[in-house]
Design a protein around this ligand. Structure first.
Ligand code: XMP
Length: 512
């Protein structure tokens, strides 16, 4: 936070809601970052936070190797809010008593505010709050007072105003806590004396300034993919350094209907961003001849993408910087997630590994929904800002078996109809993804007294928060019927439409 806006640091003790706390603080228009609980005090101080929040966590403060903070952190004069484990840690470090009793609580509990407190200013004296704890604070440390309790819990909130130390046993970041957001606002605005100044406009101004400082007079390139992240990253960079930026859009011919044109129209015509639109359809298709294995497809497309990108970048002369749409969720997760490899994701627009560029990552501290808000503020059209995620290898991994021009045409048309109807039905933004899949089978049908032997098209529509898990969407039957009728009637080569009703896990969102 040293050169970032003044805000709040959330110390992560491994609680499932730690990231959510940072998001809620940002929703209060205050900048917030998540950092490991054991970040050295000097490093924390250097970030000049206006407040600290200690998150919840799965451990007990009474375990011998429980995660703790350096007690010096509590004496910096920076206000601290401990949540759940964070509260218990505050109590423990200051000589209070924390114990595992039969007071464990899970779920919505009534909370009674028993004392005046800046945290509860302007709020009702009774409310429902969300609890999830096994340990409880039984005695508050000297100098602290109890400010709220629940029926079985003597200490639901405590504070030591003189030292700026506050703690709550419940979770204000969880929507089930009525007034949770107000409690956070009270901490931020009343206790930390922060103002709600972290707005889309300030985020843009800040990003632009930083990009200018980083790039100077050098040249920059950015790979556009058609998605919102690379689009926003590119526009911020353009705003910062104008024509020093060139965008490269490698059109591999595996995009959805009209997408290539849309990117061209948006960037070149509307925003006047220097854009190289590489029409590489034939090149990619010829490399895909005879390729049926999903991983092989990804590999071929990934390699071809890098080669094409490098060639185009090479034509531009000396370029020192590469813009990437890395998000804060990638930053938080990188290196920590030890998931087994199910699919090797190839991100079109991603970094060729051996290229010598310095990275410009203007979205590094933003969550996806924040990127969308910034995109709207920058004037990006809705169809890009709200575009559903699309895999780098595009339609190739939605065509089971070999990718041919004919099969691409069928899938692209079917997919366009599906999306049109989903939009018209008001479902587009409610779905994480909705698309068509073309399996490598054919079945018998009858059309106008004639026997047909043609492809089925699969409808795949899922809801999800982060693509790690997903549920199949319960689309209304009349919407499904319209999609089915239109695809069968309007797309030659299709005589059947089926619905995928599998969740992830055990299925995945894509078919390959
Ligand atoms: P799965 O199919 O693994 O997909 O449940 C999870 C999310 O990742 C997207 N996806 C990809 N994105 N390159 C990408 O950039 C890929 O190779 C790739 N494969 C899957 C998928 O669309 C979903 O949002």
């Amino acid at each position: 936070m040293d050169d970032t806006p003044r805000g709040v640091l959330v110390l992560d003790f491994g609680g499932q809601y730690a990231q959510l706390i940072a998001r809620r603080v940002r929703e209060c228009r205050v900048y917030s970052e998540l950092i490991p609980y054991d970040t050295p005090v000097e490093e924390i101080r250097a970030k000049r936070p206006a407040g600290l929040i200690l998150s919840g966590g799965p451990r007990s403060v009474n375990e011998p190797d429980a995660p703790v903070v350096d007690p010096a952190l509590l004496s910096l004069g920076i206000p601290v809010l401990g949540i759940c484990y964070g509260l218990q840690l505050l109590a423990k470090l200051r000589g209070g008593t924390v114990a595992r009793t039969e007071l464990a609580e899970y779920g919505g509990r009534p909370l009674a505010v028993t004392e005046e407190s800046l945290l509860f200013t302007g709020l009702p004296k009774e409310m429902t709050c969300w609890m999830s704890h096994a340990d409880s604070v039984l005695e508050v440390p000297a100098g602290f007072k109890v400010t709220a309790r629940s029926p079985h819990l003597p200490v639901a909130a405590m504070e030591c105003v003189a030292e700026g130390l506050y703690g709550v046993q419940f979770h204000p970041e969880v929507k089930h806590t009525e007034q949770g957001q107000e409690i956070l606002k009270n901490f931020l605005y009343n206790v930390c004396d922060l103002a709600p100044t972290w707005t889309p406009v300030s985020i843009i101004e800040d990003a632009v300034e930083r990009i200018r400082a980083q790039v100077g007079q050098e040249r920059v390139i950015c790979g556009l993919s058609g998605g919102v992240d690379s689009a926003v990253a590119a526009l911020l960079t353009y705003k910062a350094v104008g024509d020093q930026l060139t965008c490269i859009f490698v059109d591999h011919g595996l995009m959805r209907k009209g997408e290539g044109q849309e990117v061209e129209d948006t960037f070149r015509r509307h925003f006047h961003v220097p854009l190289v639109h590489v029409q590489a359809q034939e090149r990619f298709l010829s490399r895909l001849v005879g390729v049926v294995d999903p991983e092989q497809k990804r590999k071929v497309i990934g390699e071809e993408f890098i080669r094409t990108f490098e060639e185009e970048a090479g034509r531009l002369g000396k370029v020192s910087f590469l813009v990437q749409g890395t998000l804060y969720s990638d930053v938080i997760e990188s290196g920590t997630r030890q998931a087994a490899k199910i699919k090797s994701h190839h991100n079109v627009g991603g970094l060729p590994e051996d290229m010598e560029f310095e990275l410009v990552e203007p979205l590094r501290m933003l969550f996806k929904d924040e990127v969308r808000v910034v995109g709207e503020e920058l004037g990006l059209p809705e169809n890009i800002v709200w575009r559903q995620p699309f895999p780098g290898p595009g339609l190739a991994i939605r065509i089971i078996g070999e990718v041919t021009e004919e099969r691409l045409r069928i899938l692209r048309e079917a997919d366009a109809i599906l999306l049109e109807e989903v939009r018209r039905g008001g479902w587009y933004r409610r779905l994480w993804q909705s698309f068509a899949v073309l399996p490598a089978i054919r079945s018998v049908g009858v059309m106008g007294d004639e026997r047909t032997y043609a492809y089925p098209v699969v409808i795949r529509a899922v809801t999800s928060d982060d693509a790690m898990t997903a549920d199949w969407a319960r689309l209304p039957h009349d919407l499904l019927e319209r999609i089915s009728q239109r695809i069968i009637n309007e797309v030659p080569g299709v005589n059947r439409v089926v619905l995928d009703i599998s969740s992830k896990p055990p299925s995945t969102i894509e078919w390959e």
